[in-house]
Design a protein around this ligand. Structure first.
Ligand code: ADP
Ligand code: MG
Length: 641
């Protein structure tokens, strides 16, 4: 094949950067390059087995699918070969010249932001970071000064050689290969000769690749020595639980999930019945970067009788469990099921229900038994779980049981049933306040009255909270009620340590509405007009003079702001301005209103200034800043006069 000569290509810029990092090897465990290459080889065999379901003669000579490892001490190479699907010329250029894989992209992004904040603790952190990701094929350049890939796509006669020293370019040329599949030939750097030792290779395979479902064979180690299978060569999930070590579970997770953290939870079990299946599911310990990307799909691999069918089934778990990874293998699905028809397959629907139940059940166990550990999970995935509260009516109640919240009670998370147990005598609702985060929400003046009465308020800080609460409505017959909406009616709630109900009744409620208060309210209403929905005495303030609340039937203040930010809403509904009758300023204004029969320019200015003040405390901007400044100056000038 001399007609076609070598062609040279540049790596995509990102690959170049990645290779640079890899080559300067911040990675402590270079040996994982072998894991990555074996993982790819095994994936390639899975793909071929699936393709052969419809085109059996793709597998030439019906040969057994396997991964072969060999070393050449003279040439200083380690070769990872497979007889899987192989790559065409275009495949080689695409797959090995660009970063298509989202995980690697995420790695690059994280690395970049780490570099930006690098003055602190440089290298150690980078290293830990890299450990969380896998850099796949490119990891070969940690130990190689040159990598060659010779591949032939199943069903084609043409083979191609890809070659690169990892310095920005790679070449492609025609090649020969007897069979379909791929050889990855790793030319070891001078410093990396340890990978020529078969004992070393054997240990690495045992450690990282034992779970691979097909044989990983060491060939021609020494002259005359027979091929030796290094791994157990049975799919991990088919083995007995008691024969699987924690490390083996972990390595399988790395392989199946393309993730490099530790699994937070492993769920491995077999379901027998009309429909039998085995599931080996994992919940990651860290939140994947694309958890909230709309295009993010489920990550459960479906196998039928050990044959890999598909890797991106949205159908195997509801979307609020999209962080779960792993495999499901069933004997009771037709092997010829097409990927496209999966959604309509009744067996799949059944499995989906079963899996969702199982995952929620396991989460419940963790929540009950190890709340601290569960809190870690909740921080990472709670916001996603909550989507299920309105998406999955069947499981909503059980999801509510495993939901956790921050609250004014303590720094730790609380369950709703614990909240209900702490409810005060006379308290009828579960109070919550929404906000960007607990710290901001905690500063809301609307909480003052709740604090004074010792009433716990939940912080709802995930955008999704605004959606599930209206659809769920209540828990244990107690309605959810916003602390910033409607009448708080805290007067019925007994204050902590209060001797009797009579005394408890009006600690805050209109505590001595000062004389002239009604006149003041009237003057404010006249001044503000349509800008507010109402002006009234507040139940929920102790320290602040004013606050804004939404009317009972209106949209929650924070939800409204959220929607406005996202341009989903043009106008703001007028709110209710609540005045604290016990506040010194309000008392003085009431007196002035009384004396001047509600007619004084100061009342007019005060109405707007207090409204603007309430807005500022809410984190909003003042709609008419020049007017605000003018009023402020005029009121201050009068004070100085
Ligand atoms: P990932 O395995 O996560 O997709 P890699 O960097 O390990 O990322 O590999 C990139 C791509 O190269 C793979 O997705 C696959 O398309 C291709 N590839 C790598 N090794 C092989 C192989 N042995 N056989 C066929 N395709 C391969
Ligand atoms: Mg890979």
């Amino acid at each position: 094949m001399t007609a076609q000569s070598q062609e040279t290509f540049g790596f995509q810029a990102e690959v170049g950067k990645l290779l640079d990092i890899v080559a300067h090897s911040l990675y402590s465990q270079k040996e994982i390059f072998l894991r990555e290459l074996i993982s790819n080889a095994s994936d390639a065999c899975d793909k071929l087995r699936y393709a052969a379901l419809t085109e059996p003669n793709l597998i030439e000579g019906g040969s057994e699918l396997r991964v072969s490892l060999s070393v050449d001490a003279k040439a200083k190479t380690v070769t990872v070969a497979d007889n899987g699907i192989g790559m065409s010329r275009d495949d080689l250029i695409d797959a090995l010249g660009t970063i298509a894989r989202s995980g690697t992209q995420a790695f690059m992004d994280t690395l970049k932001s780490a570099a930006e904040a690098k003055d602190k603790k440089k290298n150690g952190e980078d290293m830990a970071l890299i450990g969380q990701f896998g850099v796949g094929f490119y990891s070969a350049f940690m130990v190689a000064d040159k990598v060659e890939v010779v591949s032939r796509r199943a069903g084609s006669d043409a083979a191609w050689r890809w070659s690169s020293d990892g310095q920005g370019e790679f070449t492609i040329e025609a090649a020969e290969r007897a069979n379909h599949g791929t050889d990855v030939i790793v030319h070891l750097k001078k410093t990396e000769k340890e990978y020529l030792e078969t004992a070393r290779i054997e240990t690495i395979v045992r450690t990282y690749s034992d779970h691979i479902g097909i044989p990983v064979v060491l060939t021609g180690a020494k002259d005359g020595e027979e091929d030796r299978t290094l791994n157990a060569a049975s799919a991990l999930w088919t083995r007995d639980k008691k024969d699987i070590t924690a490390d083996q579970y972990k390595e399988f997770y790395h392989h199946v999930a393309h993730a490099f953290d530790d699994p937070w939870l492993t769920i491995h079990n077999r379901v027998e019945g009309v429909l039998s299946y085995t599931n080996l599911l994992y919940i990651p310990s860290t939140r994947p970067f694309d958890l909230f990307h709309p295009e993010r799909k489920g990550q459960i691999k479906l196998y039928v009788k050990r044959v890999f069918i598909t890797g991106d089934t949205e159908t195997l778990l509801p979307s609020y469990l999209r962080f779960v990874r792993g495999v499901v293998d069933s004997e009771d699905i037709d092997l010829n099921v097409s990927r496209e028809m999966l959604q309509l397959n009744p067996a799949i629907t059944k499995i989906r229900k079963g899996l969702a139940k199982r995952v929620i059940g396991e989460l419940k166990k963790k929540a009950d038994k190890t709340p601290d550990d569960y809190a870690v999970f909740w921080e990472a995935f709670g916001a996603v779980i909550k989507e299920g509260l309105y998406e999955d009516q069947d499981n909503a109640e059980r999801l509510l049981e495993i939901s956790r919240f921050k609250s004014t009670h303590a720094d730790t998370l609380t369950s709703l049933s614990d909240y209900v147990e702490r409810m005060k005598e006379g308290q009828e609702a579960i109070y919550y306040i929404t906000g960007e985060d607990a710290e901001h929400a905690a500063q809301s003046p609307q909480l003052e009255g709740f604090r004074a009465k010792g009433i716990e308020v939940l912080y709802m800080t995930d955008p999704v909270d605004e959606f599930w609460m209206p659809s769920v409505g209540s828990f244990a017959d107690k309605p959810f009620k916003s602390a910033t909406r409607g009448g708080a009616d805290l007067s019925k709630v007994k204050k902590d340590g209060a001797a009797d109900d009579a005394k408890a009744d009006d600690d805050t409620k209109n505590a001595e509405t000062p004389k002239g208060f009604d006149v003041l309210v009237g003057a404010f209403k006249t001044a503000l007009g349509d800008v507010v929905k109402d002006v009234r005495a507040s139940d929920r303030l102790t320290d602040s003079a004013v606050c804004l609340v939404a009317d009972e039937g209106d949209m929650d203040i924070h939800l409204e702001r959220l929607l406005k930010q996202h341009k989903q809403l043009a106008d703001t509904t007028p709110r209710i301005l609540e005045l604290n009758p016990a506040h010194d300023l309000v008392k003085k204004l009431a007196k002035l209103a009384e004396d001047k029969a509600g007619k004084d320019p100061v009342l007019d200015d005060a109405a707007y200034l207090l409204l603007d003040q309430a807005r500022i405390v809410e984190g909003e901007s003042v709609p008419d800043a020049p007017a605000f400044a003018r009023r402020m100056a005029s009121v201050m000038a009068r004070g100085l006069a």
